[in-house]
Design a protein around this ligand. Sequence first.
Ligand code: CP3
Length: 354
Amino acid sequence: MAELKNDRFLRALMREPVDVTPVWMMRQAGRYLPEYRATRAQAGDFLSLCKNRELACEVTLQPLERYDLDAAILFSDILTIPDAMGLGLYFEQGEGPKFEKVVRTEQDVDALPIPDAASDLDYVMAAVSEIRGALSGRVPLIGFSGSPWTLATYMVEGGSSKDFRHIKKMMYATPEVMHALLDKLAQSVTAYLNEQIRSGAQAVQIFDTWGGVLSGPMYQAFSLKYMQQIIAGLIREHDGRRVPVIMFTKNGGQWLEVMADAGADALGLDWTTNIDDARRRVGERVALQGNMDPSVLYAPADRIRAEVADILQRFGTGNGHVFNLGHGIHQFVDPESAKVFVDAVHELSAQYHR
Ligand code: CP3
């Protein structure tokens, strides 16, 4: 395996010194890039793109050709696991993900298999090894999964939701069924992430996009607990290097103290929490990743640079910051604005690392 030429991202996650603050963008491969749209058209649709190792590798590398990014992220989706459980994932034009089958009852949960990551999700592992080879040590490769709670929202609702009606009913009316589903998902995610690590992922991120719709006690019992269970079961060292884990609960800013004790190396932050307050609250326990509002990328270059400067200044000196957006880059952003953002992070952060 080629030696890693740029390990800033991994070093920052372990709170080790770096020359400049590393940066990557959630959803960095995606529809805002014309070259992504062209490759997707060639594949036919999004899922076919995920299942084609050469094309998945191609779109993973596209943002790295344009920008000086410090990490690559596997091109795939969090909903590969429920799809491998037999729920029939599909995407309707402009409507987001949908499932042919939903999970609502104890019988539905009992019937779900725990996928064999190496065989049932072999196309994901093929993409991981293809990308890792193509990177040839340029930057580290991030693997990822959804959190059990976040995956369950799609499986129970049958797709995206605004009110989470069915899953909240399940949680409050039949908590034991909810727990059985989350436990199955936690086992599935653990095996899936470990297989990604064995296939070449050098760090992993758990996306808990919908943990923030819960009350504090329910977040701890139905989302955090299962992420903790996953993290406890992950391979933490591979090929002689630490494999850092990033836990990202969107809208989880109120719960940073308990999140910092879940066993992750780093916490992802959305833009609704000030990163200086967050740093004070987590102390030396974890690194922080974030947290610029992705909508700043609609502003002119000067405004983008000012926002980057503000976040860097709030974090201040010392180790343990990976710069990112607070959520995925929007599809209508001008690719040139993403370049302004990435370059600003490197240029303006050097003064904090002397
Ligand atoms: O960050 C990256 O570049 C890696 C790729 C990645 C995708 N999805 C590709 C994708 C990652 C890390 C994800 C994670 C994901 N998928 C999450 C968690 C992160 C988040 O954004 O909150 C969630 C909730 C999903 C589920 C999902 N997949 C949704 C809701 C959608 C529709 C979104 C939309 O904008 O229509 C997807 C589809 C999807 N996943 C696209 C991409 C590039 C768009 C597909 C396309 O039309 O080309």
